[in-house]
Write a new protein. Structure first.
Length: 163
């Protein structure tokens, strides 16, 4: 991003906690995330949200989106990366349903979306996803680069949404 926008100042602060789902993140959102006064915020919980209901996840995501937007932060939602134990081509899997919900939230709130799930689903049509995975439910460095490239593409094609 800095190379593409040479006059930008990009600092990255990671506040994520491994294994955390959206309800847990929402509880600490104001005190541990918004305290940094982010200009742009990525929300990415859906892989771990399978342990809570779609309804509970939606409530937590909406709380975080609304709090960030009230502050003036630009929000970009991410759909989950794959889990090899789920059929990524099926529409009725938990990850597919969470992905659908994240897309609907992006549309409802008119915020950014990086659709990792759709990107991996498309990739699955031509390649086996195992080469992008460190274990069944976590992507490896190659998988992370794949998502990072999608995020960069968003910054290239949607600059007005993040200004």
């Amino acid at each position: 991003v800095n190379d593409f926008y040479p006059y930008s100042v990009v600092n990255t602060i990671t506040t994520s906690i491994g294994g955390e789902q959206a309800e847990q993140g929402a509880k600490r959102f104001k005190d541990e995330v918004l305290i940094y006064k982010p200009d742009v915020l990525f929300i990415d919980y859906a892989l771990n949200d399978r342990g809570i209901s779609l309804e509970r996840a939606k409530i937590a995501w909406e709380q975080m989106i609304e709090e960030a937007m009230t502050y003036g932060t630009k929000v970009i939602l991410l759909t989950p990366t794959p889990d090899l134990k789920e059929d990524i081509t099926a529409d009725e899997t938990p990850l597919a349903k969470h992905s659908e919900q994240v897309r609907a939230l992006a549309k409802k709130y008119n915020v950014g979306l990086v659709d990792s799930y759709a990107i991996f689903r498309k990739l699955n049509a031509t390649e086996q996803l195992i080469g992008y995975m460190s274990q069944n439910n976590h992507i490896n460095q190659k998988g992370h680069q794949f998502v990072a490239d999608a995020i960069f593409e968003y910054f290239k094609t949607q600059p007005k949404r993040i200004e």
